[in-house]
Design a protein around this ligand. Structure first.
Ligand code: SF4
Ligand code: SF4
Length: 308
């Protein structure tokens, strides 16, 4: 089984990366799963997503704590997140960075791939959404999923115009990603490598805010309980959604199942008793459409959607 952990920031498409990679694997006849690590999912917040691929059915449902491959969508994450945590011995790092792979290579890694994904994304997508660029880098270093399958998955996921841009970004990453194999390094070269472990150690040793510090909890009221959408009402999470749930009121039987299943508690009951998704918080995951017993919800690509 191949286990991949994606680290990104809310809005960069880490979850979509995992889903697209899994989708491509499934289209090749493999078994795959992809899921996010839920947390404070506001735009810019560190997020993680996981992808497992195997030739056999996958029954494991846990987070990936010992990944074979770590994909980092935003280099600034190295300052706050130990992306190397639990990484398997001789793992692989794929990272959005303008630096050469040597910068990250260390004894614990077998391969490092770097691509200035932000620059590529801005040039092609006009937005710093780096996920499909990193998928191109990932496709370059692994044969588990082919580039053509990834392109198929992208074309299934997005509208034609958006898919074309993302395919272009992916193909450019395949061409431009720099790859370094540890076996190809001379001892002298390895000596000059910084090593991801060193970076991770530096992060762990940083004087980060403690849980009981004023910095973290100072804005919360005493006894505060988070009960509203998106973990907290002020964290509007609807601005990184590609699809919106659309309700067919003629079919709806007002059972409330969509409200129950929505992971973001984004549904509100209107004055007529219909459940309406609050687009300030809906992330377009489609679970409500999947769970509705009468097929009263479908997902539509947002008209105003940008690239992802
Ligand atoms: S699950 Fe479907 S039928 Fe039930 S309230 Fe929601 S939209 Fe209506
Ligand atoms: S698509 Fe449906 S289930 Fe998913 S976040 Fe939006 S309202 Fe909730």
């Amino acid at each position: 089984m191949l286990e991949i952990r994606f680290h990104g920031r809310g809005g960069q498409g880490a979850v979509t990366s995992a889903q697209l990679f899994a989708q491509a694997a499934i289209m090749e006849g493999k078994y795959a799963q992809a899921f996010p690590d839920f947390g404070p999912e506001r735009r810019g917040a560190p997020v993680a997503a996981f992808c497992r691929i195997d030739e056999q059915p996958i029954y494991l449902r846990t987070k990936i704590n010992e990944p074979d491959i770590v994909v980092v969508l935003d280099p600034s994450l190295l300052q706050t997140v130990n992306v190397a945590a639990g990484m398997k011995e001789q793992g692989v790092l794929v990272i959005n960075s303008a630096k050469k792979p040597h910068h990250f290579m260390g004894q614990e890694l077998s391969q490092v791939a770097t691509i200035n994904a932000t620059q590529v994304a801005l040039a092609i997508l006009k937005r710093p959404i780096t996920n499909t660029v990193l998928l191109g880098a990932l496709a370059k270093i692994t044969t588990v999923v082919g580039v053509e399958s990834l392109i198929d998955a992208i074309e299934r996921q997005f509208s034609a115009k958006i898919a074309a841009l993302n395919v272009k970004a992916l193909q450019r990453a395949v061409a431009e990603t720099l790859v370094l194999n540890k076996d190809d390094c001379t001892p002298a070269e390895l000596e000059g490598c910084s090593g991801l472990a060193d970076i991770a150690t530096a992060v762990a040793a940083e004087d980060l805010p403690k849980a009981d510090s004023e910095y973290l909890w100072g804005e919360l009221e005493p006894g505060c309980v988070i009960t509203d959408a998106g973990n907290a009402k002020s964290f509007r999470t609807g601005d990184w959604r590609s699809f919106s749930p659309v309700l067919n009121k003629k079919r709806c039987i007002k059972c409330g199942i969509c409200w129950i299943y929505c992971p973001d508690i984004a549904y509100r009951e209107d004055e007529e008793g219909f459940y309406i998704a609050d687009l300030d918080y809906c992330k377009g995951c489609g679970i409500c459409a999947q769970e509705c017993p009468v097929g009263a919800i479908h997902l539509e690509m947002e008209e105003e959607a940008g690239v992802i």
